[in-house]
Design a protein around this ligand. Structure first.
Ligand code: GUN
Ligand code: ZN
Length: 434
């Protein structure tokens, strides 16, 4: 059986270090104009070489000269059942959950609907240039099975788990401690470490889990440190007040999770807007990450996350769409929103820091940087090919850009899924622009 060896020609961009948030210089940035990216028969990156060094006939050559090639984006916080409520009008977080989100999530109790929804969701990620994701399905075990099955069929790296929620949620969307523990154990056994799937204990947020359920999740986490944890924290002021009422003994919202044993190096906390210095120190100490969700934070009026403050405290930060709170699956649009959110605080966010946050930084924070997040030899070839410009405005902006940062920054701000030409997952083409 002869599997194909692939050579993609284009401008290669990835990171070998950590650019500072306002850094426009090239430290840690690897830009290889007009190169061949070589992908071996196992779907791994074999290396790169200048365009003049044409790979021999043993390689299938695909000429994308004049286009940009990046590692696939990693969306560290997104909800598979919420595509249907994206762009829902007029509410903040807690009303938005009750009015739009919870009703939509009921559908995933039906295995057929969960399967169709998961397939639609992952195909949409691929069509937006995202090849790996940390995903919330619903409370239903079948929703996690459907998502992992769809991810396996596409060879995608997905981290997910059934949502834990045993209170403050409507009928049909609540579990209980014992049933949830059984479901988690079964799903972990079936999916964690199988292919590119990994299991995340998925606490929706502190208000929808009883202390007993949080403790159960903490016991599972303690029993297997390779499990991830995903949840929401300190997104919205009314939510923060509610958590303080529900957990009066905790020092802070984050402390609710810490006390339950859910704050560790594999924890992914979405938002983290309303944290204090002690929380940031605790996140740093634990090696946990914040998934910064600027589109969602703007859309739901949640607040402005200060990336600089987090970085100064040594907190790991990745970037995420949080669809359906976020209004696009495009990580490029999300990064553009991220730039604007930092600008409102008088801060700068360079294209290097932003794109690093959506690729290598996310991979490192998930402890997956030996597999994804860069174009380094040996990584799986999760890569996307992008047009530098779509339409006359972007084309002119590219023509007049001086220097690499100016050009890539304008590309990041002006681009979206319409710029995407092809998406490869482990060396297999999974999306091609029609
Ligand atoms: N907090 C609890 N659930 C959710 C959710 O589905 N989306 C967002 N943005 N925040 C939440
Ligand atoms: Zn969310």
């Amino acid at each position: 059986m002869s599997a194909t060896r692939l050579a993609l020609r284009g401008d290669l961009l990835d990171f070998t270090g950590t650019p500072a948030l306002a850094q426009t210089g090239l430290e840690g940035v690897r830009y290889r104009a007009d190169h061949w990216l070589l992908i071996d028969e196992r779907g791994r990156i074999a290396g790169a070489q200048p365009a003049e060094q044409v790979p021999d006939a043993g390689w299938q050559r695909i000429d994308h000269r004049g286009r940009l090639i990046l590692p696939g984006f990693i969306d560290t916080h997104v909800h598979s059942p919420q595509l249907e409520v994206i762009a829902s009008y007029g509410t903040e977080l807690l009303d938005w959950l009750d009015t739009y989100t919870f009703p939509a999530e009921r559908a995933f109790a039906d295995p057929a609907l969960a399967r169709a929804g998961s397939a639609r969701f992952l195909d949409a990620l691929l069509a937006h240039g995202t090849t790996a994701a940390v995903v919330f399905p619903t409370v239903h075990k079948t929703s996690a099975d459907a998502l992992f099955e769809a991810a396996s069929a596409r060879g995608m790296r997905v981290i997910a788990g059934k949502c834990l929620m045993d209170r403050h949620a409507p009928d049909g969307l609540r579990d209980d401690v014992d049933g949830a523990e059984r479901d988690c154990r079964e799903l972990i056994e079936r999916w964690h470490g199988r292919g590119r799937n990994a299991y995340a204990l998925t606490v929706r947020f502190a208000p929808t889990s009883t202390p007993a359920q949080l403790a159960m999740a903490g016991r599972l986490a303690a029993a297997d440190p390779t499990l991830y944890l995903q949840t929401h924290v300190a997104e919205n002021r009314a939510e923060v007040r509610w958590v303080a009422e529900l957990f009066p003994a905790a020092r802070s919202y984050l402390d609710v999770y810490a006390r339950a044993g859910l704050l560790h190096r594999r924890s992914v906390f979405a938002h983290g807007i309303w944290l204090d210095e002690a929380d940031r120190a605790a996140l740093h100490e634990a090696g946990a990450q914040i998934a910064f969700c600027p589109s969602s934070n703007l859309f739901l009026g949640s607040g402005l996350f200060d990336w600089h403050e987090a970085a100064e405290a040594g907190v790991r930060v990745s970037v995420a769409t949080d669809v359906g709170g976020g209004t696009s699956l495009s990580m490029l649009r999300t990064l553009a929103d991220g730039y604007k959110v930092q600008a409102l605080a008088g801060r700068k966010l360079s294209a290097w820091a932003a794109l690093h946050g959506a690729t290598l930084a996310a991979a490192q924070a998930l402890e997956l940087d030996d597999e994804i997040g860069s174009l380094e030899a040996g990584r799986l070839a999760d890569v996307c090919v992008w047009d530098w410009a779509v339409g006359p405005v972007a084309a002119r902006r590219m023509d007049v850009a001086r220097g690499l940062h100016e050009r890539v920054f304008a590309w990041m701000l002006l681009s979206d899924e319409r710029n995407l030409v092809e998406t490869y997952v482990a060396g297999t083409r999974r999306f091609e622009r029609g």
